[in-house]
Design a protein around this ligand. Sequence first.
Ligand SMILES: C[S@@+](CC[C@H](N)C(=O)[O-])C[C@H]1O[C@@H](n2cnc3c(N)ncnc32)[C@H](O)[C@@H]1O
Length: 182
Amino acid sequence: MTDAANYMLGYSSDEQRRLIAQSALFEPLTRDAFARAGLGAGMRVLDLGCGVGDVSMLAARMVQPNGVVLGIDRASDSLDLARRRAREAGLDNVAFAAAKIEDFESDQTFDAIVGRFILLYLAEAATTLRRLSSHLAPGGVVAFHERRVVHGLVVRDDVVPARLVGLGGDLLVGGERVVLVA
Ligand SMILES: C[S@@+](CC[C@H](N)C(=O)[O-])C[C@H]1O[C@@H](n2cnc3c(N)ncnc32)[C@H](O)[C@@H]1O
């Protein structure tokens, strides 16, 4: 089974819609975290696990006018949708590329490496981030919006998807039933 086949949230159109709905809920928090980390005009940004493009597009707006963003994900269908959405949003400073984060190589240097809800899916997140930070310019920013949930509401399997959209939560984390806090 491939890594992508093991990815617990899958790549259905429902999941793509869920990511977009989730992003609408979380965008103000993500923007605030990135701004406080120092993301700003003119920066070159790498977005890890960009999915259907929401964080990349947010970063692209934050680094205008001269900054650029590269979003990477291993799911080419998600990247196709991300490209379409960025084009429809009139953003010409964001590009997307298919890559497994752990294997990503580039001769580019970035001023910031960012992501949202991605580190929890990496088996060796610290090792991967340490390796990727070699692509950072001196003084570069590393900023992630992640979730740390320990206990919460466990709902019946048949009502989980509806709750997920409403709460913006991920279904399973680390192989255990998530924690959805209302
Ligand atoms: C929960 S989604 C978050 C998407 C986006 N960051 C957002 O906040 O809307 C996680 C994304 O990471 C991608 N992903 C997970 N593990 C990955 C890996 N090892 N390499 C590349 N992409 C990965 C998945 O394909 C998925 O699109």
